[in-house]
Each structure stands twice: as structure tokens, then as C-alpha cells.
Ligand binder design. Structure first.
Ligand code: 5AD
Length: 370
């Protein structure tokens, strides 16, 4: 089939330069029906050149659903009184790590709300214990916005990676998503955290939801430019899914179609990045995980939290945590990945940079946070 020259050129430019202008990104997004097949083919080629047909796995532990924030999209926002709040004691988190280790996981992801009980020292102590007990494993933290000194403390305690989606690079859209939150929660503050994480030496993950309320193609273009500037080692992209006990209850969910297209674009933009086929994508489409991988993702993150934690960590409605999404379903997950011609890796799946062939070796530009 003849390629559409316009979008082909844009994809080519993206692959060569690692970025497009804001207008060209927006145009590509607008013309995604024409571009999607070629984008997915290119993304998969780039991904396979890097790490073959491997899919890396991370054991997700949802350690607390207490949160001081009030994000308008999130089910565990602090003003949602219908949430049964929990925090896992350190022993239980360690038991989860043990179970994950026996199942062959070599990365643990501790994810939670911004919970004061997970104090800087408590998390540092936990990180030290995990790294002492499982020295060959990577530890990823995803515990929200913290002072730079806290990020440094946790890094020194042994944490290797940190996930913090930027959510929206556009300041007005970011405020719209966090309108009922403290005024100091801004896109700039978020970006500054990501810069701090990078400066500490974390493998840093950023990302955003697709189809979030108020989001436009121009906002998404800004998100992509932000990723091109930040050069995160990981990027998480999943559809917005409304939660009934939030101000965004009545908004429509994001689509698998937009999500998979953006996964391909982000893969072309960040050839070496670790990109998950997210649970949110698997929640809105029965074959979402497979679709994600076939669009350029190379990570899966099954949930190994205890049952009561899984039940109450409902950031959006209907979040799946059974079957291939769980520790128990590992065999199913492995089989599903094999069925699309990939293999579930037993490695840690650390980031490694491939030198670019072209002009500038480091694509990264300093992000202005002023
Ligand atoms: N739908 C989809 N993703 C959500 N997240 C939070 N709430 C929702 C929702 N309603 C995402 C955010 C956050 C990540 C942990 O989950 O992007 O960074």
C-alpha cells in the first residue's frame, strides 16, 4: 500500500531528530488514522533493534492509598471519603518482595499516594532492607512529589528508579486537572521534581494520560516536546478512565486507539526507553496489553499487592488486578506474550543508552522551570 507522504515525512523526521515542532506533533496526532500503521511498524522496529522481542516485567506493590493530594481524576484523592484507606506495614511489603522474587521478578515497584506515614526515613529504611535482602533486584519508587533532599536520601538508600508522570506539560491544563488542589501544585513544580530526580541519578519515568478531560492535540504536542526535552528513561502512557467519586466522573474515557498511537510516537521519540503496556490500557481493551506491546511498549507491571490493597487502590473505575494482571496469573501473562511472538524476560531490564548516529549525541535540552 502506498504510504501517505505527509505523515511518512513527519515520522521520518521524528525518528531522525528525536523531536518535531509543536505544530507538527499536533498535526501528526490529528492525522493519526493515516499514520498509525506506519508509526506502529516503525516503533516496533526501533524497539526490537534495541531489545529484541523481550518484554520486561516489574512487580507492582501498591503500598498506601492515603494521599494528601486532590487530583480531580484520581479515585484515591484525599477528599474521597468512600475509600477504605490502608497502608502496608514494612513486613508486608517485604513479604510481597519475597513472593515476587520467587516468581522471578527482579524489579519491585513501590507505588503509593503521598502519605506522610511513608516518611523520608521510613522509606529510606525500607529501601535499605529491600536492597540488602534482594541485592540483585532493582527498586523503583513511585511516591509522588518530594523535596530534592528526600529524593537524594532515597537514592542513597538504594532506590534505582523513580516514576512520576508529569500528567500535563501545559500549565493551564495541569491546573485544570488539579483545580481543587493546593495552588502550589503546578506543572512547573512537577517538572522541577522530574529535573531533581534526573539530577539525583535515578532512572526516571514520566508520562501522561490520554484523553484526560480538557486535553487537546496541542496539549499532547506539548507533552511530547516535554518528553523530548527531559529524555526520561521510562515513559508511562495510559488512557484516562473516569472514577465515579471524582469531579471527572462524567467525562468519557480515553481511547485505546489514541493511547496506542501515542505509545508508538513515544517509542520513536525515545528509542531506548522502557515503556509499559499499562494496566489502564488493559482495563479498557481486553487485548490492551498485547496492543500496547505491538505499538512499541516493552514492559508489563503485574500487581502483586495483597488482595485488600488491590481492592482499595482504585484510582479509576474497574481497574483490573486479576488474571494476567496478577502474580497468580504469571503463566497466563507469559503465554499471552508468547502468543504475539514475544518473550517475558527474567532480567532486571535496566535502561541503557544507545548513542545516536546523527548530529548531537545528547538530545536532551535543559527544561526551563521558571
Ligand atoms: N484514569 C487513568 N489513569 C489514572 N491515573 C490516576 N487516575 C487515573 C484515572 N482516573 C494515573 C495517573 C498517575 C498514575 C499512577 O495513574 O497518571 O500518575
Amino acid at each position: 500500500m502506498a504510504r501517505n507522504t505527509g505523515v511518512s515525512l513527519l515520522l521520518q523526521e521524528l525518528a531522525e531528530n528525536g523531536r518535531l515542532s509543536r505544530d507538527n506533533f499536533a498535526e501528526l496526532i490529528g492525522r493519526r488514522q493515516e499514520a498509525r500503521t506506519e508509526a506502529a511498524e516503525l516503533a516496533v522496529r526501533i524497539q526490537q533493534r534495541k531489545s529484541g522481542k523481550q518484554v520486561f516485567r516489574r512487580a507492582l506493590i501498591e503500598c498506601t492509598n492515603y494521599c494528601r493530594n486532590n487530583c480531580s481524576y484520581c479515585g484515591i484523592r484525599c477528599t474521597n471519603r468512600n475509600v477504605s484507606r490502608y497502608r502496608l506495614p514494612a513486613e508486608e511489603i517485604l513479604a510481597c518482595c519475597g513472593k515476587a522474587f520467587r516468581l522471578g521478578f527482579r524489579t519491585f515497584v513501590l507505588q503509593g499516594g503521598e502519605d506522610a506515614a511513608f516518611s523520608p526515613d521510613a522509606v529510606a529504611g525500607l529501601a535499605r532492607t529491600i536492597k540488602a535482602r534482594f541485592p540483585e533486584c532493582a527498586l523503583t519508587l513511585s511516591l509522588g512529589e518530594q523535596e530534592s533532599s528526600v529524593y537524594r536520601l532515597w537514592k542513597e538508600a538504594g532506590a534505582d528508579r523513580y516514576l512520576l508522570r508529569h500528567e500535563s506539560a501545559n500549565p493551564e491544563h495541569y491546573r485544570f486537572l488539579h483545580a481543587e488542589d493546593k495552588p502550589e501544585r503546578t506543572a512547573e513544580a512537577r517538572k522541577a521534581c522530574l529535573e531533581a530526580l534526573k539530577a539525583c541519578g535515578y532512572q526516571t519515568g514520566s508520562g501522561f494520560m490520554t484523553g484526560s478531560p480538557g486535553q487537546t492535540a496541542e496539549h499532547l504536542a506539548e507533552d511530547l516536546l516535554f518528553l523530548a526535552d527531559l529524555q526520561p528513561e521510562m515513559a508511562g502512557i495510559g488512557p484516562f478512565i473516569p472514577h465515579p467519586q471524582t469531579p471527572f466522573a462524567a467525562y468519557p474515557q480515553g481511547s485505546a486507539e489514541l493511547t496506542t498511537f501515542l505509545l508508538s510516537v513515544v517509542r520513536i521519540l525515545l528509542p531506548d526507553a522502557l515503556i509499559p503496556a499499562t494496566t489502564a490500557l488493559a482495563t479498557i481493551a481486553p487485548d490492551g496489553r498485547e496492543q500496547g506491546i505491538l505499538s512499541g511498549a516493552n514492559v508489563v507491571m503485574p500487581n502483586i499487592s495483597p488482595e485488600n490493597a488491590k481492592r482499595n487502590y482504585e484510582i479509576y473505575q474497574g481497574k483490573i488486578s486479576e488474571g494476567a494482571e496478577s502474580a497468580e496469573g504469571l503463566a497466563v501473562l507469559r503465554e499471552r506474550i508468547q502468543n504475539i511472538g514475544y518473550v517475558l524476560s527474567d532480567g532486571r531490564g535496566d535502561f541503557s543508552a544507545t548513542e545516536r548516529q546523527d548530529a548531537e549525541p545528547a538530545n536532551r535540552r535543559k527544561i526551563c522551570t521558571m
